[in-house]
Design a protein around this ligand. Structure first.
Ligand SMILES: [Zn+2]
Length: 276
């Protein structure tokens, strides 16, 4: 009875569950690729039939999500179910929000709630490791079960995600970027900002006499790793331009005048793409 419940509750959530047992999302695709069990190079396929986590390997044979965990960890069925329960809990999936956030107060509350829930630094560490990054920023938070809604507001499930707070030029919390650690499109989403994220940034490191500005969080971390200077992520090309313009004209808020980061960005882009 208990084990049956686990399987039912885990249905449709294997993209969230399996990476937490060390099966990276690159294995969880519907085309032939490497097998996480026997390490064969091109014999594994994750088809996730009816959300069961089903797979097929020409060497290991067919199975479901729970069997994949059992084989990987050498667990019996009950142990595997108990471990899955620790992740997904035994409650129901979170209810989708009843209405779109429509006031600054409700948007602030939604942003704050997500940050409060993000208490799993191991999600951040695993994510950075996968991206080949050896640096960490304490502003990044890990969320184990971050809800994902598609463009039509349909709830697709909860997934591990890195939560990056976005501060406005005056240092006020404006939004958060959610970087989902799963095969989702788009994989990065920004919550509706309190006011605006124009000129905003993820302030990954305390500025010194130097401050680099990059577009994305990964690029900023790669640049920090490469050059050893504090780097912020302005999140969009638009934000980047806005920041550079305002940065050149005046000292905006707590930020300091920036050196033109062009060369650093390009190097960092190259570093990130080669790390992928
Ligand atoms: Zn195999």
């Amino acid at each position: 009875m208990m084990t049956f419940d686990t399987i039912e509750r885990a249905r449709g959530r294997w993209h969230e569950i399996l990476p937490l047992f060390g099966i990276e999302t690159r294995f969880l695709v519907k085309r032939h690729g490497p097998c996480p069990l026997c390490r064969g190079r091109d014999r594994f396929r994750f088809d996730d039939k009816d959300g069961s986590g089903s797979y097929y390997c020409n060497q290991c044979g067919p199975g479901s999500g729970i069997l994949l965990i059992r084989k990987l960890r050498g667990w019996d069925h009950k142990t595997a179910c108990d471990e899955v329960d620790k992740i997904i809990g035994n409650g129901l999936p979170p209810a989708p929000p009843k209405c779109k956030p429509n006031s600054a107060a409700s948007r602030t509350a939604a942003i704050q709630r997500l940050l409060n829930e993000a208490r799993h630094p191991d999600v951040v560490a695993a994510y950075l490791r996968r991206r080949g990054l050896g640096v960490i920023s304490h502003v990044l938070q890990g969320h184990w079960r971050c809800p994902y809604y598609d463009e039509d507001g349909k709830f697709l499930g909860t997934f591990p995600a890195v939560i990056a707070p976005i501060l406005g030029p005056d240092g006020s919390l404006q939004s958060v970027q959610r970087i989902y650690c799963a095969e989702l499109d788009p994989r990065k989403k920004i919550l509706p900002p309190v006011d605006t994220i124009v000129g905003g940034a993820v302030r990954l490191f305390e500025p010194t006499d130097e401050l680099g500005i990059a577009e994305g969080v990964e690029t900023a971390l790669a640049a920090h790793q490469m050059f050893g200077i504090p780097v912020w992520a302005a999140l969009s090309e638009n934000g980047l331009k806005t920041r550079q313009q305002t940065g050149n004209r005046e000292n905006v808020g707590q930020s300091r005048p920036n050196r033109p980061p062009k060369d650093r960005e390009e190097c960092a882009d190259a570093a990130t793409s080669s790390a992928q």
